[in-house]
Design a binder for this molecule. Sequence first.
Ligand code: GN1
Ligand code: MG
Length: 364
Amino acid sequence: MELDQKLLEISRLFRIDYEYLGYETIQMGNVNQTYKVNFMLPEGTPKSFLVQNVNTYAFQNPIGLMENIDKVTEFIRAKKPGQLALHFHHTADRKTYVVDGKNFWRMTNFVPSVTFNSVTDPNILRNTGKAFGEFQMDLHDFDSSQLIETIPNFHNTRHRYAQLMQAIRENKAGRVDEVREEIDFLLSVQDTACKLTDLHAAGELPLRVTHNDTKINNVLFHPETNDAMVVIDLDTVMPGLIGHDFGDAIRFAANFVEEDSRELDKAGVNLEFFRAFAEGFLSKTAKTMTKTEVETLALSCFVLSAELATRFLADYLDGDLYFKIKYPDHNLVRTRCQIALAKDMLRKMDQMNQLILDYVAAAV
Ligand code: GN1
Ligand code: MG
């Protein structure tokens, strides 16, 4: 069936009965596929919705995932009535999804806003840090036993290394020989990369409810003021460590280049951006953090970069089953960029640590 027809059919199942105008493909997100679907209201004003096809290779229990999102959004909404929020539409039988063969569809309100894949203004990073810090604080009293793990072991770095080792053994796409250098580097830093996982296993880092996918493009900004309006992409909201959210945000937004840049000599952490994000994030979270959380926050940036490199590389070796790719060696390009970034973070670790310690000492 034509995509036009399919999106119209899905929209009707979510009880959107307006005149259908067409759709646009949204080039955002490496896992799910998103479309903006446009309608005309009877009075002649256009109105859009977002329709997503959830990647069920990545999310094997999408119904459980939608239940997580429902619980989390309702919890936040009860605390902040009237605040802008993502709203999932329901079918006639009150479901927030439509299952059609292997496809799993959902629909949300479209929020007129801007998103960024990269930024040049540190203030936007400060706002992003505040938004993710606040998101975590909003959920500090949420009972995490109500949440399923939408992707088990998502930020369990030991598990990610085990998956990489398996991909190397299986060599499904016949690409292992091409990536010896990347494998060697990742194995050489394994213990440092697994530090958060190991400290948690030893009972030294507490579980919180975290977002787990804190790319800056998962925040919607006001088109004029650049204030953060709402945190989106709640697919991976699960129990996690504070460093997962901090480190993932830095590795994406404070990199001098984009996540899949081929300019490896330019990849690295911009300390001005690091500081701006840290100030925003810590302004919300510092008072609740344990000593070990503070001491491992800068390290978490290295951990998340190295961990994602293992994920991109494993997927490259598997033949690109998990991440959407735009060209054949996209996952290899991503791997190399994360490795270059991780190396730069090791060089700057003392400076990153000092910035965190100084801020926390002044705030607490
Ligand atoms: C995916 O879904 P998206 O594009 O926001 C991935 C993240 C990675 C990111 C890398 C569920 O995020 O973990 O860090 O790509 N999400 C999932 O760009 O695997
Ligand atoms: Mg995501």
